[in-house]
Design a binder for this molecule. Structure first.
Ligand code: ZN
Length: 663
């Protein structure tokens, strides 16, 4: 202890300095939590701050606490440390040389536990004689340490002891863990680290999805082999300070020089198509998917109307044959997004895609965040989304529409932010995409109602091999002809820079979008029924978002007619790609045909549906009133269910209620 006292004596002098004195004043005015900025101590004596950083557990923190106690006269002050002088270490770089030292790490909170009382001073009762011990200070972070040697009452060596709860002192502690952010990982699997907080000011302060910079001390949890402590250990961090980092695009640093480069780039002719190609320059073709991804990377503007929030994020979906390069595209998009994440629908972890309440290895409840929460304010790229788990199928609607994930289970209610754009991909259920069937029938395992959450959907069909090979060869041969390749880091900054702009839409552009939207609706209603079809604004909102994103890509404060025209082009490509072929519906089948019955029933549901759907008997009744025979109507309804064009929303025991799956 000699060295600790010697250090403490030197540290005590710090409290006579101006920087140090303010901490004593805080304590004297009643504060019981003091956060020490180590940069101030470093300025006074770098050896002292060095002792706290490099010999944190052994001497540094003990000495500082002793010095503070002597200087202030208060013995119940909680001390935490932070500062620029604390070295930053990436989570995957933590090694044995960091044990017992103070470091700084960063990442996303991916798991939180509930608060647990932790024993600090424990009174033990001897089972032999019933005598209570003096309170024993517990220093080991995990194991309970009973008194050494003989019992003072009965003299028996190492008797069995019980804890006397009412005489012992406890503090709250909370465990959580973080996962490295995508930018620190560069293609590897993100590493995780356990963190334990037991300072009062840290309890219940972090939530799943938070982006944090944490200062703390690296410590070890022994691993057990054959029920005894082994030589192997798992590192964890004892937390001193948590700094929440902003996820806004403004938080990404852009130098003056980079800004100039970005603006110069934005003024190049054909910059839009250059950026589209640069989403994944090594992949041949897939122009529609690349353009959709680009629009999603930039996103539209979030709007608050009265008490409703309309999302600005653009969700896109690619359905395609197994050999098409969907995964490579998704990985490229995740890399470009300033807060991107890549995951498979199967989910690499128990958290799945959204969030879940699970029990950990000790049987305790934990909240775990999935990729939609971790990519909050970025893009979540989800491959094989059709393989997602049952819980995610329920939660993903809310995440995509309301941009939150709620947990309601086992009496626990929690809401996590998921202001995330989704770029998803799936393989057709039966291997290859069948153009003769609807998109719903091609993806029969996928919840039909989820289709309408996507702003753009594209289908990728594997081209005959010879033709494809020739095109790829051409692509490689002409590579030098393909206009410039944009540096990935600059592209990333370009996105962050553009996201600071919140473009409005000019009156003319808005009118053009509205006109286009109404014409689609009109053609739908002309084909399906004489009555007007109620207008769902979901698709209009999609057009607005896409238009805003388009203007952002060009760094424009206002989206104009040119933006609107481009957006209408890609929107039409999407409608025709999912076989929403307006042209073929024109003219219409004869009234007695099966096709007519199917279209009529669909339009009846479309007209009458509320969020609870339309009842079976009401649908059939209306169809009969429109001159369709009852058996034909029933058959048509069945067909619509089989092809997933409509889906069951509820049932009250006597009757089923249906809604359309699209529009
Ligand atoms: Zn005893």
């Amino acid at each position: 202890m000699g060295y600790v006292s010697e250090l403490a004596d030197r540290m005590k002098l710090f409290f006579d300095t101006e920087d140090g004195k303010k901490y004593i004043d805080e304590i004297l005015s009643g504060k019981r939590t003091i956060l020490i900025n180590l940069d101030e101590l470093e300025k006074w004596d770098a050896n002292l701050s060095g002792a706290i950083i490099n010999e944190a557990i052994k001497y540094g923190i003990k000495a500082f606490e002793e010095a503070l106690k002597e200087a202030s006269g208060a013995s119940d002050v909680e001390v935490g440390f932070y500062g620029d002088c604390v070295p930053f270490v990436k989570v995957h770089e933590i090694s044995s040389k960091h044990i017992g030292k103070m470091i700084k790490i960063r990442g996303l909170v991916n798991r939180t536990h509930f608060i647990k009382p932790m024993a600090v001073r424990v009174v033990f009762k001897c089972r032999e004689c019933g005598i209570d011990t003096m309170p024993i200070l517990q220093e080991s972070p995990f194991a309970l340490t009973p008194p050494f040697g003989k019992c003072e009452g009965c003299g028996i060596s190492k008797p069995k002891y019980d804890v006397v709860e009412e005489l012992s002192d406890y503090i709250d502690s909370q465990e959580f863990s973080i996962q490295e952010a995508y930018e620190d990982v560069s293609g590897r699997i993100p590493q995780r680290l356990r963190l334990i907080a037991h300072k009062k000011y840290l309890i219940n302060k972090v939530y799943c999805g938070d982006l944090v910079e944490i200062t703390g001390v690296v410590r070890l949890i022994p691993e057990y082999r054959r029920r005894s402590k082994s030589r192997f250990n798992t590192p964890y961090m004892e937390v001193h300070h948590v700094k929440k980092k902003s996820k806004d695009p403004e938080s990404i640093e852009i130098s003056k020089e980079e800004e100039e480069k970005i603006i110069e780039l934005s003024r190049k002719p054909n910059i839009y198509s250059t950026l589209v190609r640069n989403v994944a320059p090594s992949l041949y073709g897939m122009e529609n998917c690349k353009e959709a991804s680009l629009l999603s990377l930039f996103g539209g503007v979030i709007k608050h109307r009265n008490d409703i929030t309309v999302r600005g994020n653009i969700h896109v979906f690619f359905i395609g044959d197994p050999s098409t390069a969907k995964s490579q595209l998704l990985r490229a998009v995740a890399e470009l997004s300033p807060r991107g994440m890549f995951s498979s629908g199967r989910g690499a972890t128990a958290a799945g895609l959204t969030a879940s309440l699970n029990r950990d290895e000790n049987g305790e409840w934990i909240i775990e965040a999935g990729v939609l929460v971790l990519a909050d304010k970025g893009v979540a790229c989800i491959d094989e989304i059709d393989k997602m788990r049952k819980e995610d199928r329920v939660n993903i609607h809310e995440a995509m529409a309301s941009q939150i994930v709620s947990i309601n289970k086992a009496g626990i209610h929690s809401t996590l932010m998921a202001r995330t754009a989704v770029v998803a991909a799936a393989n057709p259920t039966l291997g290859n995409y069948d153009r003769s069937k609807s998109v719903f029938a091609n993806l029969s395992d996928f919840p039909p109602a989820l289709f309408s959450r996507f702003d753009l959907i594209f289908i990728l069909i594997d081209k005959p091999k010879d033709e494809f090979d020739r095109k790829v060869a051409e692509h490689i041969a002409n590579n030098d002809e393909v206009d410039e390749t944009i540096d990935r880091e600059l592209f990333k900054k370009y996105i962050a820079y553009a996201k600071r702009i919140n473009p409005t839409i000019s009156k003319e552009a808005k009118e053009l979008l509205m006109e286009h939207f109404l014409s689609i609706r009109k053609r739908m209603s002309e084909t399906w029924t004489e009555e007007t079809t109620p207008i769902t604004f979901r698709q209009f909102e999609a057009l607005i978002r896409l238009c805003e994103a388009h203007a952002r890509i060009l760094l424009k404060d206002e989206a104009d007619v040119e933006d609107a025209e481009d957006v209408i082009k890609i929107f039409n490509k999407f409608l025709s790609d999912i076989s929403f072929d307006i042209g073929t519906l024109e003219g219409g089948p004869s009234k007695s045909s099966k096709e007519y019955a199917i279209k009529m029933i669909r339009s009846i549901i479309l007209n009458k549906q509320t969020s609870d759907g339309v009842g079976y008997s009401a649908i059939i009744e209306e169809a009969i009133a429109k001159g369709i025979s009852k058996p034909r109507a029933e058959k048509a309804l069945k067909e619509l269910i089989n092809t997933s064009s409509i889906h069951l929303v509820s049932s009250d025991g006597t009757e089923n209620y249906y809604r359309t799956s699209w529009f």
